[in-house]
Ligand binder design. Sequence first.
Ligand code: FAD
Length: 495
Amino acid sequence: LKTSSALSQISQDSSNPSHATFDLFVQAQSCQDVKLHFAELCRQLEINSKDFRNFYNKLKEKLNYWKAKTLWTKLDKRASHADYQQGKACKNNKCLVLGAGPCGLRTAIELALLGAQVVLLEKRESFSRNNVLHLWPYTIYDLRGLGAKKFYGKFCSGALDHVSIRQLQLILLKASLLLGVEVHTGVEFEGLVDPSGENGWMAKLQPRTHPAASFQFDVFVSAGGGRFVPDGFKHKELRGQLAIGITANFINRNTAAEAQVAEISGVARIYNQKFFQDLLSQTGIDLENIVYYKDDTHYFVMTAKKKSLLKKGVIKQDFSNAEQLLAAANTDEEALNQYAYDAASFSTGGKLPDLQFALNPNGKPDVAMFDFTCMYRAENASMVREKRGKKLLMSLVGDCLVEPFWPLGTGIARGFFAVFDTAWMVRSWGLGVPHLKVLAERESIYQLLSQTTPENTSKNYAAYCINPKTRYCRINLSSIQPHQYCVNLVRVCVC
Ligand code: FAD
C-alpha cells in the first residue's frame, strides 16, 4: 500500500512540468533530444545554462524532485573530492575541449568539477556509433559514480562489461550538461587563432560565425580521435603486419531467443583452432579473432585475412598499399555484408533468429571494414604556447594521444587515465604551478600510459581521482626534469 505522502509525491511529480522534462532529459536517446530537453528544463526552471559557476547548485535548488536527488547524491560525492577544492582549483581558467567522443566528454566533466569554464565542440550533430566497447572494471565504477545507471538503466547490468559508444556518449553528455559544460554540436574546429590586441587564444570554427568562435581560453584539450593531430604535436607511427578489421551491427529485438545466445568475449585463433578451421571449411571465411557483444545491437568485430577477403570478392584487387587495398572503390559492399553476415551467423551457431543489419546514419547496413595496421601515438601529451604574453596550455587525450589496438580493448581505460592526468595538469596550471613543472609532470605520467593494465594499476577504484597516485601503483612524478626536456614543449612566438 502506498502511503499518503508517497501518493501526494507522485501526483506532484506528474503535475510538475519540470519533473516531467527532467525525466525526458534523463531518458533521452539521441544527442538532439538530450539538448532539447535540457534547454527546456533550463527554461522552465529559469536557470541560465551559461552561468556555469552556479548552474549545478541552482539546478539542485530549483528542481526539488526525488528522482533527481539520487543523481545529485552521486555527482555531489564526486564533486566533494578534495582535489577539486570545492570547484575553486581552476576557477579562473577557460577551457576549450575538442570532440564529444567518450574522452572529450569525460574531460569536460573533470574540468567543470575543477571549477573551470568549459566549452566543448563537436562537428557531428548526432551520436550514431553502435559499436560496443569492452570496459575495464575501473571505468565501469567511474561511470556508475557519474550516474550511468540513472541515465541508462541497462548500463553494465549483472556481469556485463560493455556499452555501445553512443550510449556512453549520451551518459557523459547528460552529466556534462548538468555540471555546467557548454556543448556545441555541428561545429568544426579548424585551428587556433593567435592572440591579437586585447583578445586571447580563440578557435577558428566552421561555421565561421558560430558564437563559440569568440570564446577566449587558456587551456585547449584535443580529444578529436585517432587521426586528429593539432598543430605542433608530432605523432609516431607503430606499424605492424597488415590487419583488417570488420565491424557489423544487427538489430536486437530483445526476444527470449536472442537473450539465450551466448556472447563471445574474444575468441582468438590460437585458443580455438577448431572453430576457425570449421568456419573456413564451411564458409570460406578466414579470421584471426572474433568478438560478439549483445547490447542495443548485436555487435560483431573480427580480424579477417586478406586472402579470404579477396577470394570471397570483398576486396576486388590486391594491392600492397593498405589504403588502396581497402579503398571504397576496391570494396564490394554486398560481398562485405555477406561476409560479415556469414561470420556472425556461424559464430553464434545460427541461433540468432532473423538476423537483420542495423542501419548506419546513411541508411545503409552498419558494416565497416577498416585497416589497423598502423597505430599512432603522440610523442608528447602536452605543450604550452605563448604569444603576446598570453599562454595556452595544450593537451591531448583519448585516441588522439594514443590510438589503441582494438583487440586489447584499452581505448576507454587508457583514454580515461589520460583524461584524469590531463585534469590533474590543468589543476596545477590553475593553481599557478610554473608551466615547465606542469609539463614535466604531465610528460612523466604519460610515460606510464601504454604499460597500464588492470593488473598493474590500483584496485582501489573508490579512491580513484585525478591525482595520478590514486591510480598508478608505481609512479615517479618527476622522472622528467623541467629544464632538460620541457623547454622544447614551450613555443614562444615573439612577433
Ligand atoms: P572518438 O570517439 O574518436 O571521438 C572523437 C570526436 O571528435 C568525434 O565525435 C569526432 O566527430 C570529433 N571531432 C574530430 N575532429 C573534429 C573537429 N575538427 N571539430 C569538431 N569535432 C571533431 N575501446 C575500448 O575501450 N574497448 C573496446 O572494446 C574497443 N573496441 C574497439 C573496436 C574497434 C573496431 C575500434 C576501431 C575501436 C575500439 N575501441 C575500443 C577504441 C575506442 O573506440 C576508442 O578508444 C574511443 O572511441 C576513443 O574515444 P575518443 O573520445 O578519444 O575519440
